[in-house]
Structures are given as C-alpha cells and as structure tokens.
Ligand binder design. Structure first.
Ligand code: ADP
Ligand code: MG
Length: 273
C-alpha cells in the first residue's frame, strides 16, 4: 500500500506546481547533495530573443525552413527574426541534439546551429548565444541571441547551497555566455560547450564520487542525464522527451520549485519514520 505520508505529499506537491511521476524520487530527494542544472530554459527563462543578426537574402527561406520545424527555443527566436516566408521542403533534413539542424536542397546543404569559431562574427555581443548559418560547410551568417535569467534562479541557488546541495551549471552554449549566466545566478562551478553525452558523463562522475545527483533540464540534450540522475526534474515548458525522462515535472516556474520539492521531501521522510 502507498504510505499515507506519500499521498499527503503528492497533494502538497501538486499545490506547489509539481507533477510527481515517480513517488520514490520524492523520498530520494532529501539525500541529494549535487545538482546539475541546465542553462537554457532552466536557469534562464527559455524565451531567447535575437539581438543582432546578419545573413544573405538568399539564405533566409532555408533558415526559416530548417528552424520552423525544430522545437528548440533558439529556433523560435530565429524564425521570429527572419519572419515567416515561403519555402520549399528540403530533400533531406536532420536535427542533432546540442548541435543544430541541417537540410539539403538540390545538392546544397544548409545548416543552422553551433558556431565553429566565434571570433569570425565581430558584431555578436560577447555574452550572447551564437547560432551560425553555413552553406556547404562555409559560414554564411549568424544570429546573436540573448535570454534573461529567471527571477527565482539566484535565490534558489543560494537556498540549494544552504541545504547542502552543490549546484553546477552545464550548457551546450559557449564559455562567455555560460560564465555570465553562472555569475548572475550565483553558481560557482560551470561547464560550457557540453554535448548531451557530456551532461551524462558529469552525472556518472559525480555518482562515482558518492554524490547523489539531481538533474534539472528541459531539452532533448538533457534526457540521458535526467534518466541517470537519482532524481531527474524537468521543466514543464520543455520538450516531451525531457518530461518523459524525469521523475518530477515543474509545471510552472523555475528553480524555486526544486527547493520546494526538497522541503516536501524532508517533511515526507520525517512522517514515514
Ligand atoms: P543548452 O545546454 O544550454 O540547453 P543546447 O545543448 O540545447 O543548449 O544547444 C547548444 C547549442 O547548439 C546552442 O547554443 C546552439 O548554438 C546550437 N543549437 C542546437 N539546436 C539548435 C537549433 N535548433 N537552432 C539553432 N541552434 C541550435
Ligand atoms: Mg536547455
């Protein structure tokens, strides 16, 4: 039978904007001492806006075609910047998590995603997320994109530290953007240019040191890490795959809800004892 305390905590959880997909995780949560936090959509709002861009007219329908089909938050910012335009469907198209989207039209390959080298784009503000356009592998344009941190991130990070949970930020984004967001959120340790396998490796490494790990994320690139964690927490605004991989889903709001979940966990286990 389900312990009464767990039933009670499920009610409290839903009032706190949390969806519990795995009841055991609510108990495990109180033992967590390490939290791997995704940047985009978790620490930041996940409402990125293009602040600067440049691309030749010829590229615009291809950029629109590639990004209109992607669920990535950056894709929405890019399509908004270039505006809706008529386009032909590509002969072939492929989206790679943490990388970008590529498509082929009449033998030409167009790509929108991670930049090869940032220094090429002098007009991109230093702390922006950089998205590059390439035609047949040759850089053809860029989008500099900015996202603000959530109002509750900084206070929540401070509370996590007080609760004995060491926060670390990991992002597929570049070093300067990562540094600035980590600093704004009060996070001392961060990793930039992290691929999806890299997030999983950080979880495994922490676990091998005896850490009990919370992962918070919202993207396809977070799915493996969310599954491997003792407790995976997905942002409800994120991609379905992240939500499906998580033990707890934050329906609305940010990291303050993670703190709320830990408090519920502490109470629950006290009652069960
Ligand atoms: P994060 O770990 O911060 O959530 P991601 O791993 O999802 O970031 O993305 C890493 C990088 O890959 C982005 O900064 C961007 O340059 C590029 N990227 C991934 N998907 C897309 C896309 N659909 N459109 C444009 N750029 C993308
Ligand atoms: Mg993300």
């Amino acid at each position: 039978a389900t312990p009464l305390a767990l039933v009670a905590s499920a009610g409290e959880a839903s009032r706190s904007g949390l969806l519990i997909r795995n009841a055991e995780a609510v108990q495990t949560l109180r033992d967590a001492d390490f939290a791997l936090l995704d940047k985009t959509g978790t620490i930041t709002r996940g409402e990125p806006k293009v602040v600067e861009w440049s691309a030749p007219e010829e590229a615009l329908p291809y950029i629109y075609a590639l990004e209109a089909d992607s669920g990535h938050p950056l894709a929405a910012a890019v399509t908004e910047a270039v505006g809706a335009r008529p386009y032909d469907y590509p002969d072939e198209m492929k989206e790679t998590a943490g990388e970008g989207v590529a498509g082929r039209w009449d033998g030409d390959e167009w790509f929108v995603g991670r930049a090869l080298e940032r220094s090429r784009w002098k007009d991109a503000p230093p702390a922006s997320t950089l998205v590059e356009v390439r035609k047949n592998g040759e850089p053809a344009g860029f989008f500099a994109i900015a996202d603000r941190i959530r109002d509750d991130s900084r206070a929540a990070v401070e509370e996590l530290k007080k609760m004995g949970v060491t926060p670390m930020m990991a992002t597929g984004d570049g070093g300067e953007t990562a540094r600035q967001i980590a600093e704004e959120a009060g996070i001392d340790e961060f990793r930039s240019d992290v691929r999806p396998e890299g997030k999983l490796a950080i979880v495994r490494e922490a676990q091998s040191r005896g850490r009990r790990v919370i992962v918070c994320g919202d993207g396809i690139n977070d799915a493996a890490a969310l599954k491997a964690a003792e407790v995976g927490i997905a942002m409800g605004t994120g991609m379905d795959l992240a939500v499906d991989s998580a033990d707890i889903v934050i329906m609305k709001g940010g990291l303050a809800r993670v703190v709320a979940a830990i408090k519920i966990s502490n109470k629950t286990s006290r009652v069960i004892k």
